[in-house]
Design a binder for this molecule. Structure first.
Ligand code: ADP
Ligand code: MG
Length: 446
C-alpha cells in the first residue's frame, strides 16, 4: 500500500524537483514498509547522503500528503544493489581499456552503428563499408571530402574501428595530417627516430589520414606521404584520407601526389537534409537522455542547416542549460540560446572584420592577402577577391564604398559587380558554394 503511494510520490517529485535533485531520486530503492514508515535502500553512502541532502524533505512531505498522515522515511545501505549506471560504466570502461591497449589512435565512439545515413552521405557511407569489409581490395586509395562538421572524421574512424574489431591482427593507424607533420618534424633530425617514424607508417595494413588539406605547401610532409603511399599501395594496403574540399580545388600540393590521390575513389559528404538532421537530433537527445518537445526539435532542425557539428553543439548547449536551471526548454528559450548556430543571426551578432574575411579567403584559395587586395588578374586570385567582397557585404555592415577601400582602387561599382557575380553563381556552382560555406565556417570557428 505504501509502496504504491511511494511510486506516485516519485512521479510527483520528478515533475516538481530540478533535475539536479531528480538524479538522486532514482538511486533510492524501495525496500520495505510498515504502518507508518517506509525504508529506502541505497548502493552506497554517497547516494544515501546525496538523497538525504537533496530529496529527503520534499519526499517526506509529498509522501505524507499522499498518505494523509505522517510517514517516516528510513534510509539504509544495501551493498547488493548495483546501480544501472555503475554496471554500464564498468562495461564501457572495460571495453575502452581493452581498445586503448590495442589501438590508441582510434576513438571507439565513432562507429557505423551511430552514423545516421541520409541522401547526403549514403554513397560515402556505402563505400566506407565496402572498404571496411575488404580492406585493400577496392576503392583504394579512397578520399572522403566535405565541409566542416559533416562527418569526415566520424566516417574514417568508423572504418578503422570496424576493421580493428573484425581483424584485430591488422595494423590500423589513424592520424591527422597535422600530427603526421609534427611527428615528421620531430623525427627529421634524428636518424633512429626517423627510421622508426618511416617504419611505423609504411608497415600499416590500413592507414587513415584525416584532413589532408593541412599538408598544402608542406613539401617534406608531401614527400614522406608520397613514399608511404607508394609502399602501401604496392602491397595492396588500404589508404583512406579526408579533405575539406575536392582534389580539383586543392592547391599547394605536388602534382605527382595529386595523381596518386586521384587513382582511387573520391566520395563526398553533403550537408544533411531536414529529415536526416531530425534523425541525428533525435539520436543525440536519446544519448543524452534529454527530452525536447517536438516543436522545439522542429525549430532547431529547420534552422540549423549548416552541419552536424553545429546541430550537436546547439543541442548540447540547450541540454546544459536545462540541467543547470532545471527548466524545460521552450521554443523561446531555444531561440535565445541557439542564435550562434544560426547563420543569418550569427552574422548580425558576431563582429567579423573584413581583414579576417580576406585572410580566411586567402588561406582557402592558397593565395596571399596582398594579392587579394591588389590588382592581379590571375583567375584564382580574382575569384578569391570577388568572394571576399561578397562575404564582406553579407557578413559586415560596411557599405559598398567602404568595402572598396580595402582593395586597391576598387570603387563601389566594382564591388557591386563582384557581389552580384558570386551571388548569381553561388547556388548553381558547387565549388563556389563550398568555398563560401567553408570560409564562413572557419570565420565562425575563429
Ligand atoms: P568533420 O570531420 O567532417 O569536420 P566530424 O566527423 O567531426 O566532422 O563530425 C562532427 C560531429 O557530428 C561529430 O560528433 C560526429 O559524430 C557527428 N556526425 C557527423 N555526421 C553524423 C551522422 N551522419 N550521424 C551521426 N553523427 C554525425
Ligand atoms: Mg574532422
Amino acid at each position: 500500500m505504501l509502496k504504491e503511494l511511494w511510486e506516485q510520490a516519485i512521479e510527483r517529485l520528478n515533475q516538481t524537483m530540478p533535475s539536479s535533485g531528480q538524479m538522486w531520486l532514482k538511486n533510492a530503492h524501495f525496500s520495505s514498509e510498515d504502518d507508518n514508515s517506509i525504508t529506502l535502500s541505497f548502493s552506497s553512502p554517497f547516494y544515501l547522503d546525496s538523497f538525504k541532502k537533496k530529496c529527503l524533505d520534499q519526499a517526506h512531505n509529498v509522501l505524507s500528503d499522499f498518505a494523509e498522515t505522517n510517514i517516516k522515511i528510513n534510509l539504509i545501505i544495501d551493498k547488493e544493489i548495483k546501480e544501472e549506471e555503475e554496471v554500464k560504466e564498468n562495461k564501457i570502461a572495460k571495453i575502452s581499456e581493452k581498445k586503448k591497449a590495442v589501438n590508441e589512435t582510434l576513438n571507439s565512439e565513432y562507429t557505423f552503428d551511430n552514423f545516421i545515413v541520409g541522401e547526403n552521405n549514403l554513397f560515402a557511407c556505402n563505400v566506407a563499408k565496402v572498404i571496411s569489409n575488404n580492406p585493400g581490395t577496392s576503392f583504394n586509395p579512397c578520399l572522403i571530402y566535405g565541409g566542416v562538421g559533416l562527418g569526415k572524421t566520424h566516417l574514417i574512424q568508423a572504418i578503422g574501428n570496424y576493421i580493428y574489431d573484425h581483424n584485430p591482427k591488422m595494423k590500423v593507424i589513424y592520424v591527422t595530417a597535422e600530427t603526421f607533420t609534427n611527428e615528421l618534424i620531430q623525427a627529421i633530425s634524428n636518424k633512429t627516430a626517423n627510421a622508426k617514424f618511416k617504419t611505423k607508417y609504411r608497415t600499416a595494413d590500413v592507414l587513415l589520414i584525416d584532413d589532408i588539406h593541412f599538408i598544402a605547401d608542406k613539401i617534406s610532409t608531401q614527400e614522406e606521404i608520397f613514399h608511404t603511399f607508394n609502399e602501401l599501395t604496392d602491397r595492396n594496403k588500404q589508404i583512406v584520407f579526408t579533405c575539406d574540399r575536392p582534389l580539383t580545388e586543392l592547391t599547394g600540393i605536388n602534382e605527382r601526389l595529386i595523381t596518386r590521390f586521384r587513382k582511387g575513389a573520391n566520395v563526398d559528404l553533403q550537408p544533411p537534409q531536414y529529415e536526416t538532421r531530425m534523425a541525428i537530433a533525435l539520436k543525440k537527445c536519446k544519448d543524452l537522455n534529454f527530452k525536447l518537445s517536438p516543436d522545439v526539435l522542429e525549430y532547431i532542425c529547420l534552422n540549423i542547416k549548416t552541419n552536424v557539428r553545429d546541430l550537436e553543439g546547439a543541442l548540447t548547449t540547450l541540454y546544459s542549460f536545462s540541467e543547470l536551471v532545471g527548466r524545460e526548454i521552450t521554443k523561446e528559450i531555444a531561440m535565445e540560446h541557439i542564435r550562434n548556430f544560426i547563420p543569418t543571426q550569427m552574422i548580425k551578432n558576431t563582429e567579423v572584420t573584413i581583414d579576417q574575411i580576406i585572410s580566411q579567403t586567402a588561406s582557402y584559395f592558397n593565395v596571399s592577402t596582398f594579392d587579394i587586395r591588389g590588382k592581379s588578374r590571375n583567375k584564382n586570385v580574382s575569384l578569391a577577391r570577388h568572394i571576399s567582397m561578397y562575404l564582406s557585404s553579407t557578413m559586415t555592415n560596411l557599405s559598398l564604398t567602404e568595402i572598396g577601400k580595402y582593395f586597391d582602387s576598387k570603387d563601389h561599382t566594382t564591388v557591386s559587380y563582384a557581389i552580384n557575380k558570386i551571388k548569381s553563381i553561388e547556388e548553381s556552382d558547387e565549388s563556389i558554394k563550398r568555398a563560401t560555406e567553408t570560409i564562413k565556417n572557419n570565420l565562425k570557428k575563429q
